[in-house]
Design a protein around this ligand. Structure first.
Ligand SMILES: NC(=O)c1ccc[n+]([C@@H]2O[C@H](COP(=O)([O-])OP(=O)(O)OC[C@H]3O[C@@H](n4cnc5c(N)ncnc54)[C@H](OP(=O)(O)O)[C@@H]3O)[C@@H](O)[C@H]2O)c1
Length: 249
């Protein structure tokens, strides 16, 4: 049976843990060759060992334009084109209004907004006509969340990028969509609170999900694979929530 992403070349930024790693594994299972990035070499090496022969790791910080140039130079040399771009690198921490610092704002927007913008813009020469771009958003972009306004605003910006870029890319057949997870059991979610409060956070979040549980990274990876594939060929500029219903009710 032909796999749905056979022969496709994909880049997943922030592909060393959590949602990005699960997506890399799913895309490879579906037949793609993947490049993954992350800032930490040890995690990158471990991820490459886990994903297998069809994965290449490139250490790069998505908020540093020169790193992105190096990523695309390597992909150009090794693969010559890109069919799938998952701009996923991101994260954030919590501060209430009143305590927000310039450093907090700049750091979160540097990766989640500026990083996503230049990850996509610098990919354009390599992206084939008909390519699929998937941005990682979040349910928080359409909800209010205490202490999380800067991160939430950064994801609201990502949501609009997909709307506007779908128009900018008219004529190339390139689709731009957002996958917006609810609470997903990843290192990034757990790191929002000290170790001793992790289970409490997970339980509190699960209680807000109609399905009564956290999501698993693989459940997001499968949706990214769908958005990357021809099975979603008429889905463009959309936001697909993978949240157990959390932001839908
Ligand atoms: N987990 C959730 O509940 C949830 C919900 C909604 C949205 N999201 C979004 O999903 C995406 C993935 O998060 P996750 O939960 O899977 O977190 P994670 O396990 O912490 O993974 C984040 C990945 O991104 C990389 N990364 C972070 N900053 C980077 C940068 N500046 N440049 C390059 N790589 C970077 C990390 O590696 P290095 O640290 O080594 O760079 C890691 O590979 C993020 O955009 C996050 O905002 C997560």
């Amino acid at each position: 049976m032909t796999k749905q992403l056979s022969g496709k070349i994909a880049l997943i930024t922030g592909g060393t843990t959590g949602i990005g790693l699960a997506t890399a594994k799913e895309l490879v299972v579906q037949g793609a060759r993947v490049f993954i990035t992350g800032r930490r070499q040890k995690e990158l090496d471990a991820a490459i060992a886990e994903v297998g022969a069809n994965a290449t790791g490139i250490r790069a910080d998505a908020s540093v334009p020169a790193d992105l140039d190096a990523v695309y130079a390597k992909i150009a040399k090794n693969a010559g084109r890109l069919d799938i771009l998952h701009a996923n690198a991101g994260g954030g921490d919590m501060l209430p209004l009143g305590s927000i610092t310039e450093e907090h704002f700049d750091r979160i927007f540097a990766t989640n907004v500026r990083g996503v913008l230049f990850t996509v813009q610098k990919a354009l020469p390599l992206l084939v006509n008909g390519a699929s771009i998937v941005l990682t958003g979040s349910t928080v972009s359409i909800k209010g969340t205490a202490n999380f306004s800067v991160y939430s605003a950064s994801k609201a910006a990502v949501r609009n990028f997909a709307r506007s870029w779908s128009l900018d890319l008219q004529g190339r057949g390139i689709r731009v969509n957002v996958v917006s997870p609810g609470p997903i059991r990843t290192p990034g979610l757990g790191d929002l609170v000290p170790d001793e409060h992790r289970q409490g956070l997970f339980d509190a979040l699960a209680a807000q999900v109609p399905l009564g549980r956290l999501g698993e990274p693989e459940e997001v990876g499968k949706v990214v694979a769908f958005l990357a594939s021809d099975a979603s060929s008429f889905i463009n500029g959309a936001e697909l929530f993978v949240d157990g219903g959390m932001a839908q009710i």
